[in-house]
Every structure is written in structure tokens, then in C-alpha cells.
Design a protein around this ligand. Structure first.
Ligand SMILES: Cc1ncc(COP(=O)(O)O)c(C=O)c1O
Length: 391
């Protein structure tokens, strides 16, 4: 009998996998399914990006390097300058990643000492499960902080006692936030960074929803660093910005010492994006028009969903940015409401899938088209009117 990694046994399956299985079973009968479960919208990848990839597929295929192509690092640096007004050196401050998920997962392997006193990883619950899971697989301790609606779903490092902070090596922040869609301003990042630095904690900012904003552009944690990137890293991605979830293209930007350490670590893992993906990623970072178009599409979907929830008296919280809408479960039980919605062939994620802090809430990912959102709303409204769903 081969042995097993206790970290894997303790975690079980990936939380949203079960929901995907259920949705898959429902889809199999061929009738329409309104699937709002997974953050992978239906909109096509812009043609200029697809073409760049196709043109870059050569006769010979070589291993990509961990440092990535200079043109890609430059494109990411240029985007940071344009979008956030932050100047970074493409050689010292930037590394490409194969999407941001693997970069998030692997970060603790570069900074966490499993035998040392600082092996806790802080993150907000509800949240993206990979922060805690990456900590556990690296031999550290996942240390979730419960987020609350009344705090705008933002964590507050200053509210933690010093012992808890001193045990931590990484604090993950993520705004715009999955699953709540909550945003944060530069002042908030500044406060978190000050506490993190005081306690020698790396502030790791997951910024994969940076371009999916509606009222005002979402800031980066690097803006709060005021030119000194020590102790802060931003994790960026083209998945949501450019409709490239399948390409696996992201990047890590920030503290030059940490970037050096990651450049040492990452060839061991072998997760550099393939060269043709890097070429497509460079084209994507260098173009802004498609991003603005995508944002307009998500805004149109929100304009279908948000007024409907208001009309039927469902409380929405967060939801200022991202393509997620976060709402309180009518009746209070998110799992029961998700199941009742499934009966209407509407798939929403129960908040508890993102940690106990999500109980009582549900997340809609605005994946279907605008017409698809409208069809789902019609079905939902009819189910409430017929008494099949609580209003
Ligand atoms: C909060 C958050 N971080 C990171 C990711 C990973 O994105 P990707 O690996 O596609 O860049 C996701 C994906 O849904 C996410 O929701």
C-alpha cells in the first residue's frame, strides 16, 4: 500500500468540484441550465489574442524559462505603469506565471519555513480556498480570518493580537474580492501593509479581478507601497481581464528579493507558461480596448441581475466589482437555497463553499450571456411567484 500525504487527506476534494459535477449531471439531459457557478464566463477570447497565439506556434517547441520572455515582462510592467501609475523594473520586479492559481499555491514553498515559528498564513474567509491549501501543502498552517458584511468583507490586520500576527509569514488580501465582489481603497492597503511590515509578514495581494470594476478602477496593493516594494507582491492574471482562463497566463510583481527567490523556486516546479502563450499574453497586456469591451458586457449582465434581486427583496452585499453578485440566502440557509435553485435549473454557489464565513450567503458568477441572465431571472421570478422559492 503506498502512503498518502496527510495534507491531501485532510482537505478532501476541491470545494466547487462537487457543484460542477451536479451541474454536469443536470446538463446531461439536454434541457437549458442557467449555470452561475464557476467564474469562467462564456465570452470568446478576443481575436487579436488568439491570432497572436496561433502565429507563435513554431515547428520546434522548447522549454519555457521561469524568468519568461523579456517582452512579456515589459508588457506587464507597462500595464502597471499605465493602469496603476506604479513603475516596476521588468527584470527585477516581474515574473510570469501559468495563470495566478499556481503562483498563489506555490508562494508558501518559497517563503514558509515549516519548522519555524512563523508558519501561519492569514487569509479572509469566505475566500479563494487556494490561500489556505497552499499553506497546508507547504507544511504551514492555514489561519483564516472571518470577514463580515459590516466590515465591507475586508480583513483588518490591525485588529489581530500581536501573537497571531507574529506567527504569520504571509497575509493574503484579495480585492476586488472573490466571492463577495467587495472592493478596497489605497488607504486600506496602506494600513494592511504597515501592520504586515511591522510583523515581518509578506502582504500577498491577489489582484486577478483588477480590471473587472464598474464605478471606479480598483487600486493595486503596489500603489500603497509608495515606491518601496519591500514585503509586498501582487498576483495578476489575464484569465478574467482578457477571457483567457484556458491559456493559463498571469504574473507576480513586487519585492525584488522575493522575485529572485521565486525565480529560484519555480524551475523546480516547471510551471512557466509555454512560449506561444507568453506571446499571446504579451498581446493581451498591451491592448486595453478589449478589456473595456468586456467590462461593458459584465456591466450589462449586472444590470439584469441586480435590479431583479432588489425587486424580489433579496439583500445584496459587496458586489461593487468582479463578475460576482453576492446575496443573502432567503430563509437564511445558503445550502438549502442553492438546492432549491437547482430545482429550477439555476446553479449558484452556496457561500459555505468559500469557507464557514460564507454561510448564509450565495454567489452568482455572471457566466451566462446577457440573454442567458435574462432567461434565468424570468425562471427565478416565476418560481417565486408560484411559491416554489421563498421570495
Ligand atoms: C480570487 C482568485 N484568485 C485566483 C484565481 C485564479 O485565476 P487564474 O489561475 O485563472 O489566473 C481565481 C480564479 O477564479 C480567483 O477567483
Amino acid at each position: 500500500m503506498v502512503t498518502s500525504n496527510p495534507a491531501l487527506d485532510s482537505l478532501g476534494g476541491y470545494p466547487l468540484a462537487r457543484l460542477q459535477d451536479l451541474a454536469g449531471q443536470l446538463r446531461a439531459d439536454g434541457r437549458p441550465l442557467h449555470d452561475f457557478s464557476i467564474g469562467d464566463p462564456d465570452e470568446p477570447t478576443p481575436p487579436l489574442i488568439r491570432q497572436a497565439l496561433v502565429d507563435a506556434v513554431g515547428a520546434v517547441s522548447r522549454y519555457p524559462t521561469a524568468a519568461g520572455q523579456p517582452a512579456l515582462r515589459q508588457a506587464i510592467a507597462d500595464w502597471f505603469e499605465r493602469r496603476h501609475g506604479v513603475t516596476v523594473d521588468p527584470d527585477r520586479h516581474v515574473l510570469p506565471s501559468a495563470g495566478s492559481k499556481e503562483a498563489v499555491f506555490h508562494l508558501p514553498l518559497a517563503v514558509l519555513d515549516p519548522g519555524g515559528p512563523k508558519r501561519h498564513v492569514l487569509w479572509g474567509d469566505p475566500g479563494y480556498p487556494v490561500y489556505g491549501r497552499g499553506a497546508t501543502f507547504a507544511g504551514g498552517i492555514s489561519d483564516p480570518l472571518t470577514l463580515r458584511a459590516e466590515d465591507g468583507w475586508r480583513l483588518d490586520l490591525a485588529a489581530l493580537d500581536a501573537d497571531r500576527l507574529d506567527r504569520a509569514c504571509i497575509a493574503w488580501v484579495n480585492h476586488p474580492h472573490n466571492p463577495t465582489g467587495a472592493t478596497a481603497d489605497v488607504g486600506w492597503y496602506r494600513e494592511q501593509l504597515a501592520v504586515a511590515r511591522e510583523h515581518d509578514i509578506l502582504l500577498a495581494s491577489d489582484e486577478c479581478y483588477q480590471e473587472v470594476w464598474f464605478d471606479q478602477p480598483a487600486p493595486s496593493a503596489l500603489e500603497a507601497a509608495d515606491g518601496d516594494l519591500t514585503g509586498v507582491l501582487a498576483f495578476v492574471s489575464l484569465s478574467k481581464r482578457s477571457g483567457m482562463t484556458g491559456y493559463r497566463a498571469g504574473g507576480i510583481v513586487g519585492d525584488p528579493e522575493l522575485i529572485t527567490r521565486l525565480r529560484l523556486l519555480r524551475p523546480n516546479v516547471g510551471t512557466a507558461p509555454p512560449d506561444f502563450v507568453q506571446v499571446a499574453a504579451t498581446a493581451a497586456w498591451n491592448d486595453q480596448a478589449h478589456v473595456d469591451d468586456r467590462r461593458a458586457v459584465f456591466a450589462a449582465k449586472r444590470d439584469v441581475i441586480l435590479p431583479f434581486l432588489e425587486e424580489v427583496g433579496v439583500e445584496v452585499s459587496g458586489s461593487q466589482a468582479t463578475f460576482y453578485v453576492w446575496f443573502r440566502a432567503p430563509g437564511g440557509d445558503d445550502a438549502a437555497y442553492a438546492e432549491a435553485l437547482l430545482g429550477e435549473r439555476i446553479v449558484a454557489s452556496p457561500g459555505r463553499a468559500f469557507g464557514p464565513g460564507g454561510q448564509g450567503w450565495l454567489r452568482l458568477a455572471l457566466v451566462p450571456t446577457v440573454t442567458g441572465c435574462q432567461a434565468a431571472v424570468d425562471r427565478w421570478r416565476e418560481a417565486i411567484a408560484a411559491g416554489r422559492l421563498p421570495g
